[in-house]
Design a protein around this ligand. Sequence first.
Ligand code: MG
Length: 94
Amino acid sequence: MKINEIAAQNYAWVERMGWHNKTPLEALALVASEVGEAINECRGDKPTDNFPEELADIVLRVLDIAYWQGIDMEKELLNKMQINEQRGTRCRVK
Ligand SMILES: [Mg+2]
């Protein structure tokens, strides 16, 4: 399944749950809350077994916003990776 298909499927599920009555700013706050949950899974010597699930929550929250806003995330991700490749390093290694 491609990333935009995952975004569409996840968006439909969130809509069925009735969780879409929020602003983009509120939606971004929910991304931040998932980052906090992922952080909590890394407070020990190594990430817990629940860490991958929290990373998935972060991605799904981002994809939900992207689908809602009509953003083609596959295109944006590939474009940004190309920009990053051309940018090179910001740090000079001595
Ligand atoms: Mg979570």
